[in-house]
Design a protein around this ligand. Structure first.
Ligand code: NAP
Ligand code: FE
Length: 364
């Protein structure tokens, strides 16, 4: 193994915020809670965090304006609020959008003289400590160092250049219980994309494959429940665990083609992140199986799926991948996505075999 760095202390247990929240004690006197508009207030996560902060005598300020696929502008507005309040650390609560925004905001807060342009510049910058409380089961952002922001000027999304490692992650699947099945399914498909895109990756080694292997087994166990919409407490746990392991896998390798193509669909059509990535997953797995047949068979076996067409059927049943791809994506958007990815050496280099433009068209 060349290098593996995953410094986040992860608690994955029911009521873990209340049980282990005291771990936040050393992080500062004033917390900046970064979250979305509604869900953290209804699923109990925000109340749990506020409760432990109050018990420890840590002041807090809430910024609850993070939109789906957060923008650089939102992060700048949050920086102003956090600076006024004099915060010492950041707590992200929610799906991947608030968690990613929390990281980007922690970077801005620690660098008052930098503008949001610093997001995409390669210079060494510090960041405030980040604590993460996920409430979806897909992005793994509670452990990854990535923050993906919407860049309106480029009409797409992109991971910022800086790597921001959360200090603590509190993963409690109780917060999933209020989520509609569409959010569970879409985010679970995101986690599956992370597992696959990490497993078949130029940067792959035994460590991320270990995470993916375990994640595939968990995902395989949950798949019938996703199809039948029978997500009980145990399966909620399984999905949240799979998502965190998938996050650990991509922390090491990064993602590749399904993610790269998805950003254009999300920007132009508003398709939720996991679903947008999932549209390309069966096609990508087919390419992987052609180029790396033994590994391809192993992945299907771990998932408990008999062959490639059964995998494609599963994606169709879960997110309508084939239907969406064949009927709703305009020629213009396809062209933009394919050209954008062909011009993105960072994503192309993560794919462990040579990719042509024709291959990308074939993934739709
Ligand atoms: P999200 O954009 O964070 O949230 C989607 C919707 O789900 C929002 O309306 C949100 O409501 C709602 N929601 C969240 N938790 C809920 C719950 N427990 N019950 C009911 N509703 C809930 O969704 P996401 O798919 O988790 O995150 C997608 C973002 O993560 C994208 O920007 C993507 O690029 C990024 N991502 C990051 C990484 C990484 O490594 N950092 C990896 C993959 C994806 P509220 O707005 O009211 O909260
Ligand atoms: Fe993702």
């Amino acid at each position: 193994m060349s290098k593996l760095y995953i410094p986040t202390c992860i608690y994955q247990e029911e009521n873990c915020v209340k049980k282990y929240g005291s771990e936040m004690k050393g992080l500062g006197k004033h917390a900046f809670i970064v979250t979305g508009k509604h869900s953290a207030k209804t699923n109990g996560s925000l109340a749990d965090v506020q409760h432990v902060l109050r018990e420890m005598g840590i002041a807090y300020t809430v910024f609850d304006e993070v939109e789906e696929n957060p923008s650089m502008e939102t992060c700048e507005r949050a920086r102003k609020a956090g600076t006024c309040a004099g915060v010492d650390f950041v707590i992200g609560i929610g799906g991947g959008s608030p968690l990613d925004a929390a990281k980007a905001i922690a970077l801005l807060l620690a660098n008052p003289s930098e503008s949001t342009e610093c997001f995409y510049q390669s210079k060494a910058l510090g960041y405030l400590p980040v604590v993460q409380v996920p409430t979806t089961c897909g992005t793994g952002s509670e452990v990854t160092p990535y923050a993906i922001l919407t860049i309106h000027a480029k009409r797409t999304k992109q991971s910022i250049s800086h790597r921001i490692y959360p200090t603590l992650a509190f993963c409690d699947s109780r917060y999933l219980q209020s989520a509609p099945s569409s959010i569970i399914v879409n985010t679970a498909v995101d986690a599956l994309c992370h597992l696959v895109e990490s497993y078949f990756n130029t940067n792959s080694n035994c460590a991320n494959r270990m995470y993916s292997t375990y994640g595939f087994k968990l995902w395989g166990k949950a798949k019938e429940h996703l199809l039948e919409n029978t997500i009980d407490k145990e399966i909620g746990n399984t999905l949240m665990e799979a998502s965190t392991y998938a996050g650990m896998a991509i922390t090491h390798t990064g993602t590749s083609l399904p993610h790269a193509l998805s950003y254009y669909l999300t920007y132009e059509m508003g398709i939720p992140h996991g679903k947008a990535c999932g549209i390309f997953l069966a096609g990508y797995l087919d390419l992987c199986r052609k180029n790396m047949p033994q590994e391809g068979d192993k992945v299907l076996e771990l998932l408990g799926i008999t062959n490639g067409s059964a995998f494609a059927d599963l994606m169709e049943k879960l997110i309508g991948a084939r239907e969406l791809s064949h009927t709703e994506i305009s020629e213009d958007i396809r062209l933009k996505a394919v050209e954008g990815v062909m011009a993105n050496p960072n994503k192309l280099k993560n794919c462990p075999f040579k990719i042509t433009e024709k291959d990308l068209w074939g993934m739709f």
